[in-house]
Write a new protein. Structure first.
Length: 338
């Protein structure tokens, strides 16, 4: 395949053009996100380094998977990406992300980019999904993004899930008392692959989950610069990982909010160890580590329909909902079934 394909976004206003996204666009894209946050209120903050890390990973083919919309003088007014997990259990999922600068909204730019994301996501499904596995192109919309939600619905997307972003201050913490037969220890790199395998086993029945091989695990989780092994906790049963809570601290978020936040990105317990208080104890230990490191609060995201009772667990350890957003999905039939 060629390294760069011609820009194939159609339906843009005549004074705008689209081209492949590049890592050099990261600073302008981050500035665009900052301007949009005042309107969109997602609670998420990413700087140029965050975007470059996300777009520059080995599992992303940015010239094919990203598009920039620019004015005649090269000013970036919108961008979009279509990033595939490249594997899946019940479906191959493709993340459709992007933003239009608030000053340029209402001109059909978002519609043109969503149409491109549907085409590109369908191509990715055809490229990576085995026969018989359907695809799901997934986009997120926060409550303030009513025009985006309407656009997604017109384009064939439907609400799939409601996610909650939860927070709690790192004070009056629950006691980190290990259940009988469980030892709580910090994450160490010699256990990285063991944690990966535990995560795969813990999320087998989880909505939207996929098996993570070594490359995907490091690409999306423990290989990112925000990962803090010293703020991550493992629960060991007879010396084997039975549960985990992985912590992250994002510099851009700290600068934007003025509060250093411990984000708990992955939390899981092996099925055989559930019902013993392992998850609560592991989270409590991670909260204590974050507080000792100077973090002012903790945050996490949760599927409100999580069948393991995670939402109620997080409430019990002091988390409260700060924001919610809907996950919208566009179905792609298995190859040969279209």
């Amino acid at each position: 395949m060629p390294d760069v394909l011609p820009a194939d976004v159609t339906g843009l206003p005549a004074d705008l053009t689209a081209r492949p996204l590049t890592l050099d666009d990261a600073p302008a894209a981050a500035e665009l996100l900052e301007a949009a946050e005042a309107v969109d209120d997602t609670g998420e903050h990413e700087d140029a380094d965050d975007l470059a890390e996300w777009w520059g990973r080995g599992l992303v083919d940015l010239p094919r998977d990203g598009r920039a919309v620019v004015t005649g003088d090269g000013t970036l007014v919108a961008w979009a990406t279509s990033i595939s997990q490249r594997s899946g259990r019940e479906a191959l999922r493709v993340w459709a992300e992007g933003r239009v600068h608030p000053a340029w909204r209402g001109r059909g730019i978002g519609a043109a980019l969503v149409d491109w994301q549907v085409r590109r996501g369908t191509e990715q499904h055809a490229e990576f999904a085995p026969p018989g596995l359907p695809g799901r192109l997934v986009a997120s919309a926060w409550p303030s993004m009513t025009p985006l939600a309407r656009l997604l619905e017109r384009r064939g997307f439907a609400v799939e899930r409601l996610f909650a972003s939860m927070q709690r201050p790192l004070e009056d913490l629950p006691a980190a008392v290990a259940p009988a037969g469980i030892e709580l220890v910090p994450f160490t790199w010699d256990r990285d692959d063991e944690v990966r395998r535990a995560h795969n086993a813990a999320f087998t029945e989880h909505h939207g989950s996929t098996e993570r091989d070594e490359t995907a695990w490091r690409t999306w989780f423990t290989g990112v610069k925000a990962f803090r092994p010293d703020l991550s906790v493992l629960a060991l049963a007879d010396g084997v990982v039975a549960g985990y809570a992985l912590g992250y601290v994002y510099d851009a978020d700290t600068r934007a909010t003025g509060v250093r936040t411990l984000h708990l990105g992955q939390i899981g317990v092996l099925p055989g160890a559930r019902g013993r208080g392992v998850a609560g104890a592991t989270i409590a230990a991670a909260l204590a580590a974050g507080a000792a490191d100077g973090c002012g609060r903790a945050a996490l995201d949760v599927d409100t329909e999580n069948t393991t009772g995670a939402f109620a667990l997080y409430e019990r350890v002091g988390f409260r909902v700060a924001r919610t957003h809907h996950s919208w999905a566009y179905p792609v039939p298995p190859r040969g079934a279209r």
